[in-house]
Design a protein around this ligand. Structure first.
Ligand SMILES: *[C@@H]1O[C@H](CO)[C@@H](O)[C@H](O)[C@H]1NC(C)=O
Ligand SMILES: *[C@@H]1O[C@H](CO)[C@@H](O)[C@H](O)[C@H]1NC(C)=O
Length: 472
């Protein structure tokens, strides 16, 4: 191969190799156990639908001669799967093993011989020592959702014992010779297709993973898998993209995910690691959407507040303002100048934002006349929590620093306005942001999934949600 082909090949391969996940999921043995309960209950229902075809024929029995017989209306009356196991097979998948299963059937028998003699009755059949094994591999489907495939199903029916009701004893010998074989093969043939059917049901469920979760009118989060699932002795680990995008416009941010690994915790069924990368893509997307701005008018300031947004208040600190624009209301426009930066340190979520704050005098004809533009560097602390299947938050102001950008009213000491802007930030801007954060952002979920016993920890570079899961 020529060097240029190698380069082309590398170009094709490297983006996949370079894809680090923004979100990681870990399913522990506790989740496998819960999944097993649901899966086995499903399989049990499926196996109850096994159809046993009627058996009929003619057999020569000495000294009677030809005997016509039929076994009909065989129905499963009981089915038990007392011992079933789902075991993780590192690097491969899950092994399913059902042993000592049993099935009880009830049916009717009928015979005719010597041309005129008819006899009939019922019978009970107990099938025991039923074994079903399968190897399940877990893959990523074309949409980036996990999917399960059964690759090696085997069903063995141990033994069957028949108990006839009514009829002569020679009949029993006639039947039991072939009844055992006929039924065993009829059952064996049906079990693996029913296992495949149960796996298919599970895949329908997995297909509900919200690989593209709508957040609001501006943003969606992509939760597709970026690598195939990895299976260890005690967990299944999924690497998800975990990236916010503007709806319908998937532009990559100028930063990429940092590799991280989840701690070996096992108390909960599910662990979700959400990286700072994911949080930062939210900032990138909302900043691009132009929605990280806020117009602040006096009616947004609580009535109890010591300050009002008018030229008289600002004039106390910058006399030029009240002199040139007496008796007017003031409006502020806060806008981010770039995406905010979110960092996760142990027990500490900090958001840094660079904004401009423009103050306008509102003329009596509603024209806005700019007074000054300030540059503001702010830092807030965020508290994150899980509400339902949403990740929500609330922020509080840490500190901020303002410098003068442009003044249209001559030079002035910016620091004298600190208090006013602290009140504006605390009483107006932050509560508005919190209204949005409180609504939350969708976590990766499957079907009607409920999160219980949920805990959230903030660690270096990511936050960890440990939770149990209930399907309703
Ligand atoms: C939280 O982290 C930021 C930097 O990311 C740091 O400036 C701040 O002091 C930390 N706060 C606490 C309470 O540790
Ligand atoms: C509005 O009023 C201001 C101040 O009196 C004036 O400078 C401006 O031209 C007026 N604008 C319009 C559109 O009338």
């Amino acid at each position: 191969m020529s060097p240029c082909c190698w380069l082309a090949l590398l170009a094709l391969v490297s983006p996949t190799l370079a894809t680090n996940p923004g979100v990681k999921l870990k399913l522990t043995e506790k989740a496998i156990e819960y999944g097993k309960q649901i899966g086995i209950a499903t399989l049990q229902q499926k196996l109850k639908t096994i159809q046993i075809p009627d058996i009929a024929g003619t057999e020569k029995v000495s000294p009677i001669g030809k005997v016509k017989y039929s076994l009909t209306e065989m129905k499963i009356v009981n089915l038990g799967l007392p011992k079933s196991d789902l075991t993780l097979v590192p690097g491969t998948g899950i092994s399913l093993s059902i042993t000592n299963a049993f099935i009880n059937l009830h049916g009717n028998w009928r015979v005719r011989y010597l041309h005129v003699i008819k006899d009939s009755g019922s019978f009970d059949l107990a099938v025991s020592g039923l074994t079903v094994t399968d190897s399940l591999s877990i893959l990523s489907d074309e949409t980036g959702r996990p999917t399960v495939r059964g690759v090696n199903c085997e069903a063995i029916v141990g033994s069957a014992s028949v108990k006839f009701h009514g009829g002569a004893s020679w009949l029993y010998n006639l039947f039991s010779s072939f009844i055992d074989k006929a039924l065993r093969s009829a059952m064996q043939k049906q079990i693996c297709p029913l296992v495949a059917d149960a796996i298919n049901d599970m895949n329908q469920h997995l297909k509900t993973l919200n690989v593209l979760a709508k957040v609001d009118n501006h943003a969606e989060i992509e939760y597709s898998m970026v690598t195939p699932p990895s299976i260890s002795k005690s967990s299944i680990d999924l690497n998800l993209k975990g990236e916010f995008y503007n709806i319908g416009k998937h532009q990559e941010p100028p930063f990429s995910p940092t590799p991280f690994s989840l701690p070996p915790q096992i108390n909960n069924m599910l662990y979700i690691g959400v990286s700072a990368f994911t949080a930062n893509t939210a900032g990138f997307v909302y900043n691009n959407a132009g929605v990280l701005g806020l117009r602040i008018t006096d009616d947004m300031i609580p009535p109890s507040s010591p300050i009002r947004l008018n030229t008289r208040t600002l004039g106390t600190f910058v006399p030029e303002i009240s002199k040139r624009f007496p008796g007017l209301m003031v409006e502020l426009l806060v806008q981010t100048v770039k995406e905010p930066t979110i960092s996760f340190q142990p027990n500490n979520v900090t958001v840094q934002a660079s904004c401009t704050m423009t103050a306008y005098a509102v003329q009596t004809n509603s024209t806005l006349t700019p007074l000054f533009i300030l540059n503001m560097e702010g830092s807030v602390s965020a508290r994150l929590f899980v509400a339902g299947v949403m990740l929500a938050g609330a922020i509080t102001l840490n500190k901020f620093e303002i410098t003068l950008g442009t003044s249209y009213v001559g030079p002035f000491q910016v620091q004298s306005l600190d208090n006013i802007f602290r009140i504006v930030l605390k009483d107006v801007v932050i509560p508005q942001i919190n209204v949005r954060l409180e609504k939350g952002f969708p976590l990766p979920t499957i079907g009607k999934m409920e999160l219980i016993n949920t805990e959230l920890q903030v660690l270096k570079g990511y936050m960890l949600i440990g939770t149990d899961v209930k399907f309703t």
